[in-house]
Design a protein. Structure first.
Length: 310
């Protein structure tokens, strides 16, 4: 392939990069893995060329789907601790700023709760659901990727759809300012140690998920119910809040915060607010992972050993 042909091919690929990253993120729930899948897809395209490809966008979507399917299957083989609370990578942006690539990544407001449900699907179910229900690919194109007939691919998507529907995911309030007001009231109540005020902003069926990472796995938990979540908030946040700074952020399309200590991000929390009440809280409390997730967002300067680092 000549240099001019490679440059043309690279330009064509760039036109599809955001779409491919969006597909991979929904398939994998990991920003780093999604970027790796996009890079692998480019390498395959650069080796094969596109001389005989009629629909480059469709061809690339099929290729990245195969790459993601292999990554999911490999991940499932390696995963040995299924009971650990594990949250997908969130897409974090500061208020009111938003990066164009983030908008493309979350065009249909893919919340963390949905990604948690998708993580519970088999790789083939997840692929069929994502490609068909989220991106509108026909089952005739999905079938070869999963090695099934179109009818069998349809059944995979149907099973996944029932799992997603059965999870009872709440649709968040669309007014971000209203969400933010509820989140602010939650932290004000936690600071004051006001149990009753916490109950007023929590839905009776609220779910709290905390992913503390592998090193601090004992801190990971899933808590259900307003009273239990309020007690956990009081025990976990009351002593923590004076030592941290809470930076408002948008986390996968909903109101959230990035907590920093000594100018270093340590926790990301996403709040799903529906009908003026918090129905879900998803917290990633692994500082190393949080630093990676928030890199480039402007939450803190990207300078090693910056202010306050000891």
């Amino acid at each position: 392939m000549s240099e001019s042909d490679r440059d043309w091919l690279a330009a064509q690929f760039e036109e599809h990069r955001e779409h491919l990253r969006a597909v991979a993120y929904r398939m994998l729930g990991s920003l780093d893995d999604a970027d790796d899948a996009v890079q692998d897809t480019w390498l395959r395209l650069s080796r094969a060329g596109a001389d005989e490809v009629v629909n480059l966008g469709g061809w690339l979507t099929t290729i990245i789907a195969r790459v993601c399917l292999n990554m999911l299957r490999s991940r499932n083989v390696r995963r040995e601790e299924p009971l650990e609370v594990r949250l997908p990578d969130p897409v974090v942006s500061l208020v009111p700023e938003s990066q164009p690539e983030d908008e493309a990544l979350l065009a249909d407001s893919v919340g963390l709760a949905l990604l948690v449900v998708l993580d519970a699907l088999t790789p083939a179910e997840r692929l069929a659901f994502v490609l068909h229900d989220m991106f509108g690919l026909p089952f005739e194109e999905i079938a070869p990727v999963v090695g099934r007939t179109p009818a069998a691919a349809r059944q995979l998507a149907s099973r996944a759809r029932r799992r997603v529907s059965g999870a009872g995911l709440a649709a968040p309030d669309t007014d971000l300012a209203r969400q933010r007001g509820v989140v602010d009231a939650f932290f004000a109540a936690a600071r004051d140690g006001d149990f009753d005020a916490l109950l007023r902003v929590l839905d009776p069926g609220v779910v709290l998920r905390i992913d503390a990472g592998g090193v601090h796995a004992a801190g990971s938990m899933e808590v259900h119910g307003a009273a239990a979540v309020a007690r956990q908030a009081l025990s976990g946040l009351t002593s923590l809040l004076p030592a941290v700074r809470l930076i408002p952020a948008v986390v996968n399309g909903v109101a959230g915060v990035v907590a920093t200590r000594r100018d270093r991000p340590v926790t990301v929390i996403a709040f799903t607010v529906a009908d003026g009440k918090i129905v879900e809280m998803d917290s990633i409390a692994d500082p190393e992972r949080v630093r990676r997730i928030t890199a480039g967002t402007g939450v803190v300067p990207d300078v090693p050993g910056g202010p306050g680092e000891s």
